[in-house]
Design a protein. Structure first.
Length: 295
């Protein structure tokens, strides 16, 4: 080992150990999905059942419902959460007052650093039937809105608050990509008589395509996540019909001590996510002739 790089290798050792301990070592637990797990027998002592767990999973009364809810919520979040950071980054890029730009940027990505435990408590307080938001609506004669107790409004609340929480952080990535665009391209466009709108349309947006593709592929890989932290801290039995997702289903199975079914649902989610990442990357490479994609 080169002594010049010893410090860097030692710094790399800590995240490498964290990755192994928390991401790879627990993977042996995947075998639970193929066994009738009994705590008294342990993982390797439990009876092997093959694909019986997945048969119970797919034929169960609740799984198809939670899968539909998960896909619906994830797709809505993916569409809005993918477009919103791009729009915000383009708007921030057009601001000329540096102090105002920094203030808006800071306020927009500040919610990203708060956990959904904190944000969930704040939103429950603000959006409750007697909370400030509904009190304002009533005072304007618009009527109270059941943000957290109506199935449709709850989905709207999930999507809007998810965008609000992550849009600033996503915009930072695109602003970094915009800062890497050569100023000579804009100068040449100005000489040709292109205004700010045409510069954005023909220079800025095409330059952001590589970042868009990578982020879209990564987002599509988590299509079955739907935001467990957010939903768990906001939902209630009243909105289970539309808000119950795969992760909350897995949690309930663990509470019911059915660890095999919980492991099977988790494995199914991971396999689908991996397939979507690989498939989307292949499509992106073919469309762009190998110029875009993760690898």
């Amino acid at each position: 080992m080169n002594s010049r790089h010893r410090g860097l290798l030692l710094m790399f050792l800590i995240p490498f150990l964290l990755l192994v301990v928390f991401n790879y070592v627990p993977m042996y637990g995947i075998v639970l999905a193929f066994k009738d797990f009994r705590m008294s027998d342990g993982i390797f002592g439990s009876r092997w059942t093959g694909l019986e767990t997945f048969r119970r999973l797919f034929l169960g009364p609740d799984f198809l419902k939670v899968l539909r809810n998960t896909i619906t919520i994830s797709v809505l979040k993916l569409i809005t959460g993918f477009v919103a950071p791009i729009v915000l980054a383009l708007m921030l890029n057009e601001l000329r007052l540096k102090r105002y730009k920094l203030a808006v940027q800071t306020l927009s990505y500040l919610p990203y650093f708060f956990s959904w435990v904190i944000l969930g408590g704040i939103l429950k307080l603000l959006l409750s039937p007697g909370g400030p938001v509904n009190s304002l609506l009533v005072s304007l004669h618009l009527g109270a809105i059941p943000f957290l107790t109506d199935n449709t409004w709850f989905i709207v609340t999930l999507v809007v608050t998810a965008v609000w929480q992550s849009v600033g952080y996503g915009a930072v990535i695109y602003l970094a990509a915009i800062s890497g665009i050569s100023p000579t391209l804009y100068e040449a466009a100005m000489v040709d008589g292109a205004g700010r709108w045409r510069q954005t349309l023909h220079i800025t947006l095409p330059s952001l395509v590589p970042s868009m593709v990578v982020l879209f592929i990564l987002s599509l890989g988590g299509i079955l996540n739907a935001g467990f932290d957010q939903i768990y801290n906001l939902y209630s039995p009243v909105v289970y019909r539309t808000a119950d997702i795969v992760d909350t289903y897995v949690l309930r199975q663990m509470f019911a001590m059915d660890f095999s079914l919980a492991a099977g649902a988790g494995l199914f989610k991971s396999v689908v996510g991996l397939a979507l990442i690989v498939g989307t990357n292949i499509v992106a490479n073919r469309i762009s002739r190998g110029e875009q994609g993760l690898w």
